[in-house]
Design a protein around this ligand. Sequence first.
Ligand SMILES: Cc1cc2nc3c(=O)[nH]c(=O)nc-3n(C[C@H](O)[C@H](O)[C@H](O)COP(=O)(O)OP(=O)(O)OC[C@H]3O[C@@H](n4cnc5c(N)ncnc54)[C@H](O)[C@@H]3O)c2cc1C
Length: 399
Amino acid sequence: MDFSIPEETQKLVAKVRAFVATHLIPLEPRLAEGFRALTPALNDARSEAKRQGLWAPQIAREQGGMGLDLLSHAMVSEELGRSPLGHYSMNCQAPDPGNMEILHLFGTPEQQAQWLRPLVLGEIRSCFAMTERERPGSNPTWLSTRAVRDGDSWVIDGDKWFCSSADGARFAIVMAVTDPEAPPHLRASQIIVPLETPGFELVRNISVMGDAGSGWMSHAEVALRGCRVPLENLLGGQGAGFAIAQERLGPGRIHHCMRWIGICERSFDLMCARAATREIAPGRALGTRQTVQTWIADSRASIDAARLMVLNAAWQMEKRGARAARIEISTIKYFVANVMQEVLDRALQTHGALGMTDDTVLASFYRHERAARIYDGADEVHKTVVAKRVLRAYGLEIK
Ligand SMILES: Cc1cc2nc3c(=O)[nH]c(=O)nc-3n(C[C@H](O)[C@H](O)[C@H](O)COP(=O)(O)OP(=O)(O)OC[C@H]3O[C@@H](n4cnc5c(N)ncnc54)[C@H](O)[C@@H]3O)c2cc1C
């Protein structure tokens, strides 16, 4: 087994790290001003990223991206994760990359020209509307939003929430039931809905952990009332909504997990620097205390373990496909989310009151990343997936 990283990837990772340090970390003290105030500076950073060839890492070169394989993209994602502004600056901020992926895999040439191309170029943003407040997001086969065929249109009615980045997005990919009598996995379809469509209403940006946010830093509640779009806006086949949604999440989990490892590493740096320099008595640094040393040692071990698990899952996915790597993908989703929370919590604790302020990036990470144990499948759901598959090998089939 060879753990060495190809030289080309090492160079790329170093370049991305330098970009984040030079162009993004200096902007972080302004995070509290929100998306709109930051937009001009972020646009400059995005132009600089493009100029350096650091753009849409997961997208094929001929389509305007960097064409990275999953492992190289994973490593880039870790570097970008060191700043909350990282992924947006290189046009790989969720939910856009997932939408790019499914438009690439399932979109018609017309859909790709109209929606995928400008998305890859960073001219527009998008959102993904699956979850409903009144139904369990953990069971995406059970939705109330309906799309009914009427002449040459789909007419969509329903309510969605937690549509990340809907504010200012050009289009949503909406999951709606098209075949209510079909088996659960075949009931829903995905339909492209431009946000300007009459009947599509952004009800509010939901206040999440005290911040309603705006632009891509927001999560919206939306209503669709008699929203009429052409039949050609169906993505993939009718009834394929659930299968496409599953496809969207495989590589996405690798990128999310590596982004969380980037957060771990940044938090770890801050924790160690604070432990080395904060004096708790004249001439006595905080890091001389065994409790803090244990936090540092435990964090180092769990971050390293988490990274190896994610890279192994990415490798398994590339070699065996997402379906065969189902256990590995589910395991990293809950394992890394929990490692991140533990490391972040220790880093915050090491900073005392300073950790609670927005004078470091830790509080922002802490507020926004609690959600990691919920979105893209809650911890408990992934643990069930893993346990079911493990127990199958012992002769126990759980329905
Ligand atoms: C920050 C953030 C961004 C999001 N972005 C998007 C987005 O862009 N688009 C979108 O469509 N959705 C988005 N979501 C929604 C997300 O996908 C759902 O929140 C998630 O699927 C869980 O669904 P739910 O909130 O309805 O919780 P529920 O399904 O009601 O579950 C609640 C809790 O019950 C437990 N649970 C549920 N099922 C099981 C089970 N089978 N076994 C054991 N325990 C179980 C878990 O602990 C779970 O946390 C986002 C959510 C967050 C927090």
